[in-house]
Design a protein around this ligand. Sequence first.
Ligand SMILES: *Cc1c(COP(=O)(O)O)cnc(C)c1O
Length: 425
Amino acid sequence: MSNKIETKCIVEGWKPGNGDPRQLPIYQSTTFNYENSEAMGKLFDLEAEGYFYTRLQNPTNDAVAAKICSLEGGVAAMLTSSGQAANFYAIFNICEAGDHFIASTSIYGGSYNLFNVTMRKMGIECTFVDQNLSEEELGKYFKSNTKALFGETITNPTVKILDLEKFARVAHKHGVPLIVDNTFATPVNCRPFEWGVDIVTHSTTKYMDGHGVGVGGCIVDSGNFNWLEHKERFPGLTTPDESYHGIIYAEKFGKGAYITKATAQLMRDFGSIQSPQNAFYLNIGLETLPLRVERHCSNALKIAGYLENNENVAWVNYPELSSNIDYKLALKYLPNGSCGVVSFGLKGDKERSIKFMDSLNLVSIATHVADSRTCLLHPASHTHRQLSEQQLLEAGVAPDLIRLSVGIENVNDLIADLDQAFKGL
Ligand SMILES: *Cc1c(COP(=O)(O)O)cnc(C)c1O
């Protein structure tokens, strides 16, 4: 369909027929009813499509996944219980013990721990790389058992922009898919598939939900990566699955293979489903996503400009500032705006930063980003406190970095609050 994204946010997903509920119903049911055992058996064998148990599929969740799939321009999508589950599944769907993948160092702290500690315990090794390396330098990290390359469109919390085309070229040259976490940009500001990315993940907890009500995640497949061309490297998709009577996902499901496997194996066995109730909230959030993202971006740009001109501020990092090192990448990949997150550091010591944060009234301190309320956080003492100084620096998180997540309040009220906190220093 040629609809623009604002329209898709409203009309995609749930398509009510004559006399159906206009708003997406919450199918609050664990199971689904069948009249004969053969119909049910076919579902279990993946021979027929339909619902039987909500751990595998639920109509509410499927409608919301279909909407996000359409927003990203993908061919198949699934919801997960959280962004963490989405990123874990996205990698684990094609990596097993003994395999290796490569990720940018500048990623969300939770993803860094997942890749660096927990997945390592499962026998999967991740090499972290500086995303600004040249194609040639990046290429040196690929090994015969490398299965994927991973990055974030806009990194959390450092708001760096990933050169998607460069990463896609390197990944494809080495016969692996590029997986990109598009949480901060959202498909409103960037659709990574248009730049060669193969698989997109989301923490829907952030802008998509937008109101801080439900934790959730999503994986979308572009359908563009040809698993059969790299048969040896991806046996999970190209050789028989013993737990489903020997079906070969890439042969049987074509472009839907990756998501079908993730649902049939990973969701079946790990069960990190999004509750239909949360999917319902997420769908309401998605309806207003383009309106909110536009306001987040315009507020953030004004605040970034205000901070840049404030004498108490040592540095400001916001990709849309013309002084920013990633400004050119932002113009290319995010011409309509990036996100509402601005990071900055104050002059003086840590105590001064803490005094500043504690004197804000409208702006709250919260371990959350990317929703309608403006909040801030000091990663070195909050989200990233498990990391050593060295790991912090490698992740590009300066010890004085304050992450300000700009909401959709009136921007002058926000600036007035920052102003009074600065005056109290
Ligand atoms: C928050 C976040 C995650 C993790 O998502 P949860 O929904 O909190 O599990 C992953 N990636 C990015 C970029 C995030 O901001």
